[in-house]
Design a protein around this ligand. Sequence first.
Ligand code: SAH
Ligand code: TYD
Length: 403
Amino acid sequence: MSLCLICNNEYKPFISFGPQPIANGFIKMEDLGNEYFFDMQVGHCEVCNMVQLVDQPDREQMFNSNYAFFSSTSTYMAKHFQQFAETIKSTYLQNDNPFVVEMGSNDGIMLQNFKNWNIRHLGVEPSSNVADVARSKGINTIVEFFDEEVAKNIISEYGKADAFMTANVMCHIPYIHSIAKGIKTLLSDNGVLCFEDPYMGDIMEKASYDQIYDEHVFFFSAMSVKYLFEMHGMELIDAAHQTTHGGSMRYTLAHKGAYNVSKSVEDLIEKEKSIGLNNSKNYAELKTRIEKSKTDLYELLSSLKSQGKKVVGYGATSKSTTILNYCNIGPDLIEFISDTTPIKQGKLTPGMHIPVKEYNDFIASDADYTVLFAWNHKTEIMEKESKYKGKWITHVPFVQVFE
Ligand code: SAH
Ligand code: TYD
């Protein structure tokens, strides 16, 4: 039994993925031999409905000056964050001289919009290499892990915030009560917290188990988010589904009583109950589907290998680290993975050591099959790769070949 990070009740993990490395821990050939692994298990708490990792590596192991994820590698995501910023500006920044804070602002993909509008902003980003990129664009950024203490320092220097935004970060932080307390203190009376993360409803529906990796400690639903923030005097006032990251949810919260609660919240919670996000039986069934996906993918790749087909991968995503290590897929089955991120190129994938190569190598490879690890960017990638003559492989929502 483990103790829930939200409500401190006991829960039992429903799946173990075995030893997993740091998902973004791409390594150089010469550094092989000293890799860190942790036992990756996930559980669902029946009291507060939070789905969570049982253990997580120390935060400095994941977020540091070598952080390999640069948000701006996707032009589609840049558009998404522009729209996100516009929504915040038009809905919640009506007062004079507003101030916005973003946690995990990375290379400035969202805050660049506020900077361009001359709106007072602050990014809080502990990975110094990505923070440096944001600073070089003129985006005001501090290199810190946000928590309650940092929130107090921000108030002393800038005053309270009208909007606190964060995307694909809240779910990374096991010390989430400190984050919630910090946000509660930092927000002005009418201030809002608006955050997005991969949605548990989509993971359940698509068996997209590759969302589970070291950085993702929580898999949120409206039920669990409501429970968590009510513990801190905050209210979930809106929830809106997003297509990003393979299916995400944008949650808007405010001080209790500050805004009317949208009907979308009640509707979503009803839907979550109807698809069984509050029922342990459904998590046991999800485990069975994940195990089938593992067998199917391994068998497909082994069969292609025995037919002498050339198979490569597209997008050395964090998500792919879970697939490769859980399904035991190495360079014998996938020759290389192409990725546009320079810091990943020339290195090996964490744990399974498949070479990561430049995009041009993909073009030159003329591969018979390509595993689409960046499946969440499928629309963008299919437009870009319309000339590719080989076939694609995906595992979402089940293992299949498509053209
Ligand atoms: N918001 C961006 C980046 C997401 S990646 C996007 O959606 O593309 C997660 C980011 O969170 C990383 O840049 C990591 O360094 C940062 N992070 C992790 N813990 C944090 C914390 N406690 N406070 C602020 N940022 C944090
Ligand atoms: P992403 O799916 O956003 O994230 P995660 O690491 O959270 O699973 O990562 C996309 C990766 O795919 C990133 O390393 C860049 C790469 N990529 C390409 O190589 N080509 C592309 O066209 C796109 C959109 C992404």
